[in-house]
Write a protein that binds this ligand. Sequence first.
Ligand code: ATP
Ligand code: MG
Length: 560
Amino acid sequence: MDEIKKKTGADEMADGKSLNFLEEIVEEHLKNGVHKSILTRFPPEPNGYLHIGHAKSICLNFGLAKKYGGMTNLRFDDTNPTKEDVEYVDSIKEDVKWLGFDWANEFYASDYFEQLYQWACELIKKGLAYVDDQSQEEIRLNRGTVNRAGVPSPNRERSPQENLDLFQRMRAGEFPDGSRVLRAKIDMAHPNMLMRDPLMYRIIHAHHHRTGNDWCIYPMYDYAHGQSDSLENITHSICTLEFDVHRPLYDWFIEKLEIFPSKQYEFARLNLTYTVMSKRKLLELVRKGFVSGWDDPRMPTICGLRRRGYTPESIRLFADKVGVAKRDNIIDLSLLEWCVREDLNKRANRYMTVLDPVKLVITNYPDNDVEYFQGALNPGDESAGKRKIPFSKELYIERDDFMEDPPKKYFRLKPGGEVRLKYSYIIKCEEVVKDSDGNIAEIRCTYDPSSKPGAGEWRSVKGTIHWVSVEHAKEVSVNLFDRLFTKPEMDDLEEGKEYIDYLNPDSLKVVTGYAEEALLKDNSAVAVQFERTGYFVKDAKESFEGKTTFNRTVGLKSAW
Ligand code: ATP
Ligand code: MG
């Protein structure tokens, strides 16, 4: 593990013993009676599918509550009707459940629209909010800069009465999109730009997937989020680091409304090498057809990882290993792969499949004989049982398990050399037959009948290779995936380049593999191991009568 720690940059990785900073805060609050119990929430915007970054946040929110006997709400932050959809709501619920978490309540920010509206009216009456008629552009320019105070809007001193009237008419649909906004009246010279009279509501005449056409004004994130937290009595509202500048505003609204004092805490968002994670970009990859869909196994989405063969356990392990950092960092994709290997190694059934076949003929083996060898399905778990592996005169082995001119320490098959065929005999390479182009067409070997497992003394040779019987082999289609992008730091691009420019043209290679019969009868829910090759999972979407497709989850060893 230390090795992995060093390599992956996860320098703040949890050791499972010391507390992370959020656990410290929670323990302090429970000890001092600030809270009797804790309530967290996971607040996705239903405008895309969840990705591995969200998984980190889910594990954190649900994990923290669980550890301290609290609960977690699932709240859809559905305040932007033009980008949101029930398709996303459904997928989010499926993914959270699949990750292994149960929410205490399912809420929607849109459930609070009426309450938020009433509170906005309250702020208006207190002289703490006003309707502004300036254009978006004027508002932006008049906000000033970090070094220059903003210019107050000509509408800033409107009376509460006039503001209330205008705001009610905004709600009633009297004004077109973009013509007016509601702003909090805070401080146009505030050093924090977000405190310079931030927007609370904008006019959007759009159909909402839950509230239909009830509303044509929609609250901004900053106004809706903290208030929703407060309405639910969320004790610890955990979000990513870039929201730390929003915290004063979060507190301001709660203080002025005198409502339950939820508090916001920030942690570093998860970044992964060779990966883009913004939903906007993931949506673009889908829409422009660079991938086959949100669940393309190359996508960092939960549904993509699931289709790739990742298990909930492996993702939770990953979230755990990454830990909770307070400053931004980038985690090596190989840590995620390490986690899935770690999990599947314990659980995956083993089969032999040859992905790049070359024919091997055992010249001294009787022509029509077939014998069956036994292989443990899982060497670490006897209860998994065994499978029968047919053996005959003609086999396929992996092309790169043979070398004509091998280097010194090559222990696989070579002219005159011996290897053991896994679960079976020792063979010796006698002759190599080539086609007219000089490619190896067939490797001729002899076998040693006395080397049969269980038949007398075990003779060991240095190399063992996997194989399948030609006559019995089942063809499978295999998707070999590589990382989707060629650049490790996908948020640090060369000038003038876009993330799309770094798409890996070789991220998918489809090959035909030759598998033991037993593989196709395997009904286990998790990925299987193709021995000596990697972990592979059956792809339900690309499998039908007469064709079975497997996705490579991960190779057995880190390739890079
Ligand atoms: P994106 O930028 O991908 O659209 P988002 O933050 O807008 O992400 P939300 O649906 O608003 O997406 O996120 C729901 C929760 O997941 C938030 O609390 C957010 O902080 C968290 N989250 C999103 N991305 C990451 C990430 N990369 N690492 C950790 N947490 C994340
Ligand atoms: Mg968001």
